[in-house]
Structures are given as structure tokens and as C-alpha cells.
Design a protein around this ligand. Structure first.
Ligand code: PMP
Ligand code: GLN
Length: 385
């Protein structure tokens, strides 16, 4: 038989998250790799899903999402960021942020369009651009604080640039883009008339009193920004795959055109439960933040005086460590050694870089884990030194 695979898949790897989680199972390792909690989400959200099922809310939801969920998201962004969005025409419920990213990029990127990505990028951002036939242009977030060099960003813009993709709080580094960096991106988007796709799935996972600043709030940005988030992160239910895209009516209409042919609609009882979850977000967030803050401290403090130098994350449930100088050829070798010989799975971040070699010097750890999992993982990491 001939090779039937579409050329757009050429060179497309299996996601590192699946690869490392499979290795964690194969080597019976503690999994500090893929980003998901190894504990359940709140039982009061599950009860609302059971209730919705019992009430017969089991058929297709409207393709754009149920109204009560969209309304409660609109109320949340009004209350937390003072952003006004119409639930009917400016919010779309998707199968996780992953589908929102795919539908958005597919809706706007033509073959040959250039898209600016900050590296380390979230892997599906790059994959979606390539699937759409777009051309990624990379701007490195430089160590030690993962900062944007303004000249590098300006130089990445060309006559073909159509979109900038950002992610804050940032996976994998845990960095929150500074007010200055957000303004720089907004200035460039306004000057060159670009779309901005802002992946804010960790918007509520912040530490040390840090605040989230949506780029859509900056002058000139509301109509050119697509903001994407996920109840999987905010309410700790990654397996429910309920995300959303927020943007102007005009942009929403295009995203919905793709969404209707990808998933059509998202699971109905889950949406009802998440509508309730958003109505309780004020009560929910303090404990959510203190739980993750404590887990971050547990991991950071255990590593800070060792040869695995941790970078203190400002948000997200990820933490980057610097590998000891000269000990490993690169991050891939280190991650493979740790999972096979010491029973702890991590993520080698060089796969999130296309230009800089900085990723080869680090590993990403996820601390959305039970304390016992974290402690077991820490012991194994320290045992490898
Ligand atoms: N964007 C980022 C930056 C993520 O880290 C993730 C998942 N970990 C997603 C998008 C995908 O979110 P979802 O699980 O809702 O599809
Ligand atoms: N976003 C998660 C991570 O960064 C993984 C989600 C996935 O595997 N698609 O680990």
C-alpha cells in the first residue's frame, strides 16, 4: 500500500505528555510529568453532574454551549477583570482548551500565514499552526526569568504575520508575563494589526498574591484578542474536557464555524455542573490557591538547596529545575535516566523549543499531586543526585 498519511503530519511527533506518562506506567515510576492532578476534583461539582444526568440532561447541548455556563463565565470575567462579554455571542464552550485552540487557529490561519510563538511553547499551539499550514516564528523567553527581548519580538514580525500566541501564567515555566511584556505584545499587535491568541488556562492558579492581567483589557486589544481557558484547570477536572473561547462576535462566528464540525457540542451534564462551579468560584478559590501554593512550596523547598536548582513558579502547577552542570548530555537523557533508573517521570522541555538550546538544561516537574506522591517523587529525584 502507498503511504496514505497527509503531508501536514510529516515530522509530527507523539505528544511528550503521552510518551512520559506511558513510560511512567511501563517503569512503575512516580509521575511528576504530565500536568494533571492525581487527586479528584471537588465532590460538590460531581454531585451537580449526577443531578443533571438524573434530571435527563443527557442529549446534545446547544453547539455553542449551554446558556447558564456561558452566563456564569461572563459574570466571572466581569467580576475578576471588569471585562464585559455577551454570553450569547462572545463565549463558546469547547472540548477543553485544546479544542478551543484548534478551532481558533484553524479559523484564522491560512497556509503561509506566520504566527509568533514564545518558546518554550505549549506543544499544541505549535502543532495547530502547522496543521493549518501556518509558519511558526519563535521568540525565546530567556532564562533565568524567562523574559521577552523586545528586539527579538519586533524582528519576528513580518508582512505575513497574522497572529501572536501567548500563554500566561506560563506552562512550563510558571512565569506570569509582566505588565511591560503584555504592553509590548499589545503595542505590536495594534501597530501591525495582528490577532492575539491568549491561552490563560492557569488564570486562577497564582501564588504569592500575584494577580492575573488579561491582555484583552489593554487599549485596542478587546476586538483582536481570543482568550482561551479551561475548567479542567480551574476546577481540577482535566478529564471532563470543558474549555472555552472568549472574543468579539465577529471572531466568535468564525471559531464556531470550525467548532461545529469538530466536536459540534460538549458533554451536557458536565456543562451544567461547571455552570454551578462558576457560581461558587469566590468560595472555591481561596482553598484552591492555598492547596497549590502549599504543594509548590513543598517541592521548591525540598529542592532549593540541592543540585537540582528550582525556578520558583509564580503560577501554574509546574516548576522547572536546572540540571546539574555536565551531569547529563541533555534533558532527554536526564528524563530517560530518571524514569528508567530512579522511577520518577518528568518532562524534558527541549521539545517545547525550536530555536534556543536553553530547554536542554532543564526538566519540568508537575506538583498537582498528592503530598505522598510528591514526597515519593522528591525522594527519587534526590536519590538520583
Ligand atoms: N493550554 C495549556 C497551556 C495547557 O497547559 C493545557 C493543558 N494542560 C491546555 C491548554 C489544554 O487544556 P484542556 O485540558 O482543557 O484541553
Ligand atoms: N497540558 C498538560 C501538560 O502540560 C498535558 C495535557 C495533554 O497531555 N494534552 O502536561
Amino acid at each position: 500500500m502507498k503511504n496514505f498519511r497527509a503531508t501536514r503530519l510529516a515530522g509530527m511527533p507523539t505528544s511528550i505528555f503521552s510518551t512520559m506518562s506511558k513510560m511512567a506506567v511501563d517503569y512503575k515510576a512516580v509521575n511528576l510529568g504530565q500536568g494533571f492532578p492525581d487527586f479528584d476534583g471537588p465532590p460538590w461539582i460531581m454531585e451537580k453532574a449526577f443531578q443533571a444526568m438524573e434530571e435527563g440532561k443527557n442529549q446534545y447541548a446547544p453547539t455553542v454551549g449551554i446558556y447558564s455556563l456561558k452566563k456564569n463565565i461572563a459574570k466571572t470575567i466581569k467580576k475578576y477583570y471588569d471585562i464585559d462579554r455577551d454570553p450569547d455571542t462572545e463565549i463558546t464552550i469547547t472540548a477543553g482548551a485544546t479544542e478551543a485552540l484548534y478551532s481558533t487557529i484553524t479559523a484564522f490561519i491560512n497556509p503561509g500565514d506566520e504566527v509568533i510563538l514564545f518558546e518554550p511553547y505549549y506543544d499544541s499551539h505549535q502543532a495547530d499552526v502547522i496543521l493549518a499550514g501556518g509558519i511558526p516564528r519563535y521568540v525565546t523567553l530567556h532564562k533565568p526569568d524567562f523574559t521577552i527581548d523586545p528586539d527579538e519580538l519586533r524582528n519576528a514580525v513580518s508582512a505575513k504575520t497574522k497572529m501572536i500566541i501567548l500563554n500566561t501564567p506560563h506552562n512550563p515555566t510558571g512565569k506570569i508575563l509582566s505588565a511591560g511584556e503584555l504592553q509590548l505584545i499589545a503595542d505590536i499587535a495594534n501597530e501591525f494589526d495582528l490577532l492575539v491568541l491568549s491561552d490563560e488556562v492557569y488564570e486562577f492558579m497564582l501564588f504569592d498574591g500575584n494577580k492575573h492581567n488579561p491582555i484583552a483589557k489593554l487599549p485596542g486589544m478587546k476586538d483582536r484578542t481570543i482568550t482561551i481557558s479551561s475548567t479542567g484547570k480551574t476546577f481540577g477536572m482535566t478529564g471532563w474536557k470543558i474549555g472555552y473561547a472568549i472574543c468579539s462576535q465577529e471572531l466568535t462566528e468564525s471559531i464556531r464555524k470550525v467548532h461545529q464540525w469538530t466536536t459540534y457540542a460538549v458533554n451536557t451534564p458536565g456543562q451544567h455542573a461547571m455552570a454551578y462551579a462558576f457560581s461558587m468560584i469566590d468560595e472555591y478559590l481561596p482553598e484552591f490557591r492555598s492547596t497549590y501554593s502549599r504543594k509548590r512550596d513543598l517541592l521548591y523547598n525540598a529542592l532549593k538547596d540541592t543540585d537540582l536548582k528550582p525556578h520558583l513558579p509564580q503560577g501554574t502547577y509546574f516548576l522547572m529545575i536546572d540540571l546539574p552542570d555536565g551531569r547529563f548530555k541533555n534533558d532527554i537523557e536526564a528524563a530517560s535516566y530518571l524514569v528508567k533508573e530512579h522511577g520518577v517521570a518528568t518532562i524534558p522541555p527541549s521539545v517545547f523549543y525550536s530555536e534556543s538550546d536553553e530547554g536542554k538544561t532543564m526538566l519540568r516537574l508537575c506538583f498537582a499531586k498528592k503530598d505522598e506522591t510528591l514526597k515519593a517523587g522528591i525522594e527519587k529525584l534526590l536519590g538520583a543526585l
